[in-house]
Design a protein around this ligand. Structure first.
Ligand code: 6GU
Length: 252
């Protein structure tokens, strides 16, 4: 998969995406990531890319021309108009299903805004998807673009090795991942749960599933609504909620 990131800070995104699993996937030819410097495309004498908003108001806007020409340089090179994401707090919040869906693309353009935003007219012409990474305001789209590249890349076949594979991790089936333990067997007086030392795989799977449900009910009850649980598991959730409610009453 090929990522094309349109940005005023190419070094920032390239540095952030050069290490660990993403760096390794690039070296193996599974991914390519390029940063296109929007400033290289300005026709303005002083390399300016921003100007005041018509109608007044705070801050500066990125102008349409350099953004459009940077985008067209990618389109002309690859020979078609790929999905183009504008990173903005005004989009729907990025989710794991969205990451999986974007991972099906051959090319993806990510447009990072700065200042108070980008001239609406160029957005209308080039943007296919608006995406936010959460309800808070950042200074630019670079960190969100890096978040997206990371989450999408790990869904590209071959990027994760077998033991990093994503089927039992958090958000799979809308459940959080179960707790995990490694050596030593005892640390700060805390022992690894007995069942994990038993070698009894069916019991281990059962324990992990129960832990996933417990955690999700406790930490992310909003997720649980979308989880597909058996009737027996829903009963377990109801029992937990009843128990937590009673405990809460007692501390009042
Ligand atoms: Cl995608 N951009 C900016 N500037 N701020 C954000 C965001 C994106 N998502 C959450 N906050």
């Amino acid at each position: 998969m090929n990522f094309h990131i349109l940005t005023l800070f190419p070094d920032m995104v390239m540095q952030g995406l050069s290490t660990s699993i993403i760096g390794r996937a690039k070296d193996r030819g599974l991914l390519s990531i390029e940063a296109v410097n929007i400033r290289d495309y300005t026709l303005e004498r002083h390399k300016k890319v921003d100007d005041y908003p018509y109608g007044g108001g705070a801050g500066m806007l990125m102008q349409a021309q350099p953004v459009y020409d940077a985008w067209m340089s990618v389109v002309n090179r690859i020979g078609y108009k790929p999905r183009t994401v504008y990173l903005t707090p005004q989009g729907p919040t990025f989710t794991q299903p969205m990451a999986k869906n974007f991972a099906l693309e051959k090319d993806l353009i990510l447009l990072c805004g700065h200042y108070e935003g980008i001239d609406e007219r160029v957005l209308e012409e080039i943007v296919t998807d608006y995406v936010s990474i959460g309800d808070y305001v950042l200074t630019g789209g670079e960190l969100p673009a890096m978040v997206m590249v990371d989450a999408i890349s790990r869904m590209v076949p071959g990027v994760l090795t077998n033991d990093e594979s994503g089927s039992t991790e958090s958000f799979e089936g809308n459940l959080l991942e179960y707790p995990q333990y490694s050596r030593p067997e005892e640390w700060h007086g805390k022992k690894v749960p007995e069942v994990l030392m038993s070698g009894h795989h069916a019991n281990i799977e059962k324990w992990r599933r129960e832990q996933s449900i417990y955690r999700t009910a406790k930490r992310r009850p909003d997720l649980l609504k979308k989880a597909d649980l058996t009737n027996k598991e829903w009963n377990y959730v109801r029992q937990l909620r009843k128990q937590w409610k009673e405990e809460e009453e007692q501390t009042k």
